[in-house]
Design a protein around this ligand. Structure first.
Ligand SMILES: CC(C)(COP(=O)(O)OP(=O)(O)OC[C@H]1O[C@@H](n2cnc3c(N)ncnc32)[C@H](O)[C@@H]1OP(=O)(O)O)[C@@H](O)C(=O)NCCC(=O)NCCS
Length: 152
């Protein structure tokens, strides 16, 4: 699939919000205010994947934080439009996020994923992530999160 990755702009917010709502059930999907907060939080960045139209087919948000004194990348989400899945859009987005995290000096990438989200777990395993922990009731106070990490 012919896609281009670019930096998310403030005017993308409504479309990214709609895509996130389509990807996750209420209570796991973010509010527009949360999404705006993640996108502008210092050290975070958003990337958008566009097709030839150009229409947004996916986006990802990452960031860098200091964890136990070590610069660590955080993958906040990757969302790909359902009709465009399994064409490598997620891979392109993740690769671009990882490049940015490496450039920022991150030593590892960490993320949380719902224990019942087998597709995302498979996607992350494919990219070299391994489970390192579990957070009880992280989503909707009843679905555990699997913590997955990848050293860079
Ligand atoms: C997870 C997600 C981002 C993957 O995006 P994608 O564009 O479909 O992923 P890719 O096409 O780049 O797939 C890369 C690899 O991931 C794995 N993978 C992706 N979708 C899969 C599926 N449905 N079943 C099994 N493995 C899958 C495969 O190993 C795949 O490689 P392959 O196609 O050569 O077999 C997408 O399914 C999505 O947006 N899901 C909903 C939102 C979500 O759960 N995001 C993660 C939040 S933690």
């Amino acid at each position: 699939m012919d896609i281009r990755i670019r930096v998310a702009q403030p005017e993308d917010l409504a479309e990214l919000y709609a895509l996130d709502q389509a990807c996750f059930v209420p209570g796991i999907a973010w509010s527009k205010a949360e999404l705006a907060y993640f996108l502008r939080y210092p050290g975070n960045f958003g990337l958008v994947a566009e097709d030839a139209e150009p229409a947004i087919v996916g986006f990802a948000i990452g960031g860098v934080l200091r964890r136990r004194g070590v610069l660590t990348g955080r993958l906040i989400t990757i969302d790909v439009r359902e009709e465009q899945r399994r064409h490598g859009v997620g891979r392109e987005l993740y690769t671009a996020i990882e490049e940015k995290l490496r450039a920022a000096g991150a030593q590892a990438v960490v993320l949380e994923v719902a224990v019942d989200n087998a597709v995302a777990q498979e996607f992350y395993s494919r990219h070299g992530f391994v489970p390192t922990g579990r957070i009880p009731g992280y989503y909707l106070s009843r679905i555990d999160a699997l913590v997955m990490e990848k050293p860079l």
